[in-house]
Unconditional design. Structure first.
Length: 114
């Protein structure tokens, strides 16, 4: 899967999209990352990551319906593709493999770095 290697932030965005399911759009992704990771991100940083993930074929996006609450603006929704899910699995397997290779790693020590 050339071009599907994930940076930490891209991995976080992909996982967040999967958690949000059909409610994955810019503001909800940003809010979920803030709530779960206590990480404030700019709208620009998120949109750059989303654009790159889409260019790699790891996510797909589409425009939702216009609504009055948003002044007629339409939300752009995101979903993780099969390729994106495979990239996430590969990243998790790599991390798990590395964690498992650390000799004598106690659970307490592991939680400190997890």
């Amino acid at each position: 899967m050339k071009g599907s290697h994930l940076g930490e932030f891209q991995e976080l965005v992909l996982l967040t999209i999967m958690v949000l399911k059909e409610n994955a759009y810019g503001v909800s992704i940003k809010r979920e990352i803030k709530d779960r990771a206590d990480r404030s991100i700019s709208r620009g940083a998120l949109h750059t990551a989303l654009s790159r993930l889409e260019e790699k074929g790891l996510i797909e996006s589409w425009q939702g319906e216009a609504n009055k609450e948003r002044g007629g603006m339409r939300k752009r929704y995101y979903k993780v593709t099969d390729t994106g899910a495979a990239a996430l699995r590969a990243a998790k397997e790599l991390r798990d493999s590395l964690w498992n290779e650390i000799p004598g790693l106690s659970l307490q020590y592991q939680h400190h770095y997890a």
